[in-house]
Design a protein around this ligand. Structure first.
Ligand code: PLP
Length: 434
């Protein structure tokens, strides 16, 4: 029986100290764990499928740094590549062959990309992809889906307006109404709603931006025909289709979800796994589109640390490990086994749980009905998730601290991890379901 963690004294002290000098004590809001009524646990190190907090407690990690840790934390091959590269200098602000090497791996894996540009975060990738989409079409409006997350650039922090209007309203203080109105919103998986936006604004729509599997409102797969329908609408209206594969790229399959389902976006955004834990992201497309980007074309976009050698070395080493035959098959097997582990533990406690997985990405949702869009995701029992999160943490399992997040496993998660997670889930449900 896994022992229950009671001592997080050092984390508590570290959080107090952090709050004096870091906004809310964190550098990304979800880490504050406020959605689950917890408080942040401070980590010291991570190895394979485990993370270790500064009090010395060990957790089976199901966050994987939000996706990048696909070969497990601190994989010796990745660490060695980064160390060897670091000893030659951390950043040049100039060209280095490692940039070409990582780009070659990505371009050869994703048929829709001939040429790409590296940036430092998914936010930059989607922001630049939207700019490219506007540069190419000369149009201003972008369609995005409710509950999809594309980073924190102004035009993508947009919520649905009132029922009578189709354009978005600011979803954050500091985002202007003028910018928000350039973003049109539709529910995920709702092709008729997108059709309606094109009926009203077709000639102004530069493109559609979509997560091919939605991973920022839990885990929601595209319905049959949804992505194809978006492709057809874009073709019919001369708009561009952008896949935000920052999460799904090299996580759901070699290349990404588009490779798995043979989809054909115009522009693709990547991040997370392609940096193997370093701040690396990219946007790419067919050659004539990318040639609109500076220095070849009129669209400006730049980055002091873009393509830096450390990120490139980490990405190359990680992707080379992912490229091994059977890598994604065995990830998929573990992910679907894990979904079953959660469902059976919930079942024995009389709790309804939905779950799904693709490659090394999975999701669970406390709902008795299937989850297809953001309103379904909102209707899940997030109170129960919060209790489950806290109980699992005390039983040594590191879940994402919000019911609106996907879970991630790595090739380092073995049968022993599965058993530990199963035992922790059974005990957690027993403790929280009266
Ligand atoms: C994580 C994520 C982003 C943002 O990436 P950052 O590196 O956090 O800026 C964008 N899109 C999707 C789909 C993501 O999952």
């Amino acid at each position: 029986m896994p022992k229950v963690i009671v001592n997080r004294t050092l984390s508590e002290a570290a959080f107090k100290l952090a709050q004096r000098v870091l906004v809310g004590g964190v550098n990304s809001p979800v880490r504050a764990a406020s959605a689950v009524g917890g408080q942040p646990v401070f980590l010291d190190r991570a190895q394979g499928p485990f993370v270790y907090d500064i009090d010395g407690n060990e957790y089976v990690d199901l966050v994987g740094s939000w996706g990048p840790a696909i070969v497990g934390h601190a994989h010796p091959v990745v660490v060695e590549a980064v160390q060897a590269t670091a000893s030659k200098g951390l950043s040049f602000g100039a060209c280095c062959p490692l940039e070409t090497e990582l780009a070659q791996i990505i371009v050869s894996a994703i048929p829709s990309i001939d040429v790409l540009r590296f940036v430092n975060s998914g936010t930059e990738a989607t922001m630049s992809a939207v700019r490219l989409c506007r540069a190419a079409t000369g149009r201003s409006k972008i369609v995005k889906f409710l509950g999809c997350y594309h980073g924190h650039s102004d035009g993508l922090l947009v919520a649905a307006g009132s029922g009578a209007t189709t354009f978005g309203i600011p979803d954050s203080a500091g985002v202007t109404r003028e910018i928000a109105e350039l973003t049109l919103l539709a529910p995920f998986n709702d092709l008729p709603a997108v059709q309606q936006l094109f009926d009203l604004h077709g000639s102004d729509i530069a493109g559609i931006l979509v997560e091919p599997i939605a991973g920022n409102m839990g885990y929601i797969e595209p319905a049959q025909g949804f992505l194809d329908g978006l492709r057809q609408l874009c073709d019919r209206h001369s708009s561009l289709l952008i896949f935000d594969e920052v999460m799904t790229g090299f996580r759901t399959a070699w290349g990404g979800y588009q490779v798995l389902v043979n989809a054909r976006p115009d522009i693709t955004c990547l991040g997370k796994v392609i940096g193997g834990g370093m701040p690396v992201a990219a946007y790419g497309a067919r050659r004539e589109l990318m040639e609109l980007v500076s220095p070849l074309g009129p669209m400006y976009q730049a980055g002091t640390l873009s393509g830096n050698p450390l990120g490139m070395a980490s990405g190359i080493a990680t992707l080379n490990l992912c490229k091994k035959p059977g890598f994604y098959d065995s990830l998929q097997a573990s992910a679907s086994q894990l979904v079953e582990v959660f469902i059976s533990a919930a079942d024995s406690a009389g709790v309804s749980l939905q779950g799904g997985s693709c490659g090394g990405m999975l999701g669970i949702a406390f709902s008795s009905t299937e989850v297809h869009d953001y309103s379904d995701a909102q209707a899940c029992d997030h109170q129960l998730f919060a209790s489950f999160y806290r109980a699992m943490l005390d039983h040594g399992v590191w879940l994402p601290p919000s019911g609106y997040e996907a879970l991630f496993i790595s090739s380092a998660h073995d049968q022993e991890c599965m058993e530990r997670i199963g035992a922790a889930a059974r005990e957690s449900f027993a403790a929280i379901v009266k």
